[in-house]
Design a protein. Structure first.
Length: 118
């Protein structure tokens, strides 16, 4: 099976794995949050690999712009996770690894951006 070039990027695969973990973590949220925190957190997380994929088909300059959007989405996820933890929807055992994932993903996006700007 053929792959697109972006599918070979570790950061793309990491971002997809993060989306999977967000979907699993938010399954247990209360129904009243379905169109609130759950929707917003899932959209922000999904935006990360989507922007990496879309940007990879563009010029280097445009790819950097899409990576900036993906990076912004990682930053958006952090307060949403924090709010979820404070509301009691996420325990520390779930929250901490998700935050660690965000730090790793943002570092890899930043490294990829630097490599494109050189």
């Amino acid at each position: 099976m053929k792959e697109f070039n972006f599918e070979k990027l570790d950061i793309y695969q990491d971002a997809l794995n993060f989306v999977d973990r967000i979907y699993m973590a938010t399954q247990q949220f209360p129904d009243r949050e379905k169109f609130g925190l759950v929707d917003q957190l899932r959209r922000a997380a999904t935006s990360i690999p989507c922007n990496i994929a879309e940007g990879s088909s563009r010029t280097k300059r445009d790819f950097v712009r899409f990576l900036n959007i993906a990076l912004s989405s990682t930053y958006e996820c952090l307060p949403l996770l924090e709010i979820s933890r404070r509301r009691g929807y996420l325990d520390e055992e779930t929250f901490d690894p998700l935050v660690d994932d965000l730090h790793m993903i943002s570092a890899k996006i930043s490294a990829l951006k630097r490599s494109l700007i050189k």
